[in-house]
Design a protein around this ligand. Sequence first.
Ligand code: GDP
Ligand code: MN
Length: 393
Amino acid sequence: MKLQEADAKSLLVAQGLPVPEWAVAHTVAEARAAAERYLAAGNDKVVIKAQVLVGGRGKAGGVQLAGSGDEAEQVASAILGMDIKGMTVRKVLVGPAADIVAEFYLAAVLDRAERGILLMGSAEGGVEIETVAETNPEAIIRVHADPNLGLLDFQARELAFAMGLRAHLKDALRIAKGLVTTMRAYDADLVEINPLAIVREAGPDGTPVERLVCLDAKITLDDSALARHPGLEDLRDPDEEAPEDKAAREAGLTFIKLDGTIGCMVNGAGLAMTTMDLVKRAGGEPANFLDIGGGARADKVAAAMALILSDPKVNAILVNIFGGITRGDEVAQGLIEARAQQTRDVPMVVRIVGTNGAEAAVLLEEAHFETAASLDEAAEKAVAASRAAGAAA
Ligand code: GDP
Ligand code: MN
């Protein structure tokens, strides 16, 4: 689950990290009021930022400065409703504009292969880190933190020095360690600050001082760990969830969209993986991972079918069910119902074995479904159907 910048910043603040203040506005009037408050408090400018769950908002015109209430109103009305990479902007963050001296990149990501937390830092902040990784890989510093011990002092120091943050060492150490603390506190997969910025501010006596702050924040939470953090579910943004993810979550299906053309409906995660492997071996590309779960009944099967067909790239479907708790005839009934409702006709190959497999076979035969006895045969037939559909299109 991806968090909006404003929510991600709240979590950082809760962990004691330095983040400039902000307000969230849903309307132009709210944005103007927030901007006027910050301007009246002595800030020369405010920054107005689109709250959408995609990167590169700055480049798309979704991050702009304003120096007056009128200007804030203009900027907010330009950004609200804007389309950024297919996402409609429904709210903006308004805050005092930072006077940026330098931009850095700092992120903590879950590194499954290393069974730890990987910290990545770079003095080349602000730009997309993927570009830095491609064009200038040595500009990215990598340090692994222990998932139990966190980031040790010497590691944080090494990272900060290598990033060129010697002049802000104390803040840099606190922030680097804070990212790991945040990861662990909320079971996050990613905590990314880009830019981590040195900003110039008026000090207590009016003379300028510099400090290090988290100017942007991106957090991705591990969905499987959400049960451990009841409050965090409320941060899910229903407007931003991909429609297929939302439909899957509501139907209780485990669904991951992939790039291929063969829709797969399977029960059990292991069987689903195997099915995908066999599709690949037969020369096809799976369009999704879909586990309908144990004991799935007809309505769930129909929901799964609608989900698969919502992907326009799908031109063949492979159904592979091993009945245990799940009853084969229930699934067959679900397929028959689903086909009656379905909006487009896609060739389907069905293999159902196990509990009530014989009853399923009778139902499928009566309904003229293409069936297969073995999984290999099913995969081959589905791949052939997909090829034929691809050639005809
Ligand atoms: P992203 O493009 O979606 O990653 O959005 P960011 O929040 O990272 O903003 C993009 C860029 O806008 C940053 O790298 C900064 O250069 C600039 N920016 C963001 N906030 C401010 C601000 O408060 N003041 C100034 N001057 N620039 C900002
Ligand atoms: Mn950013």
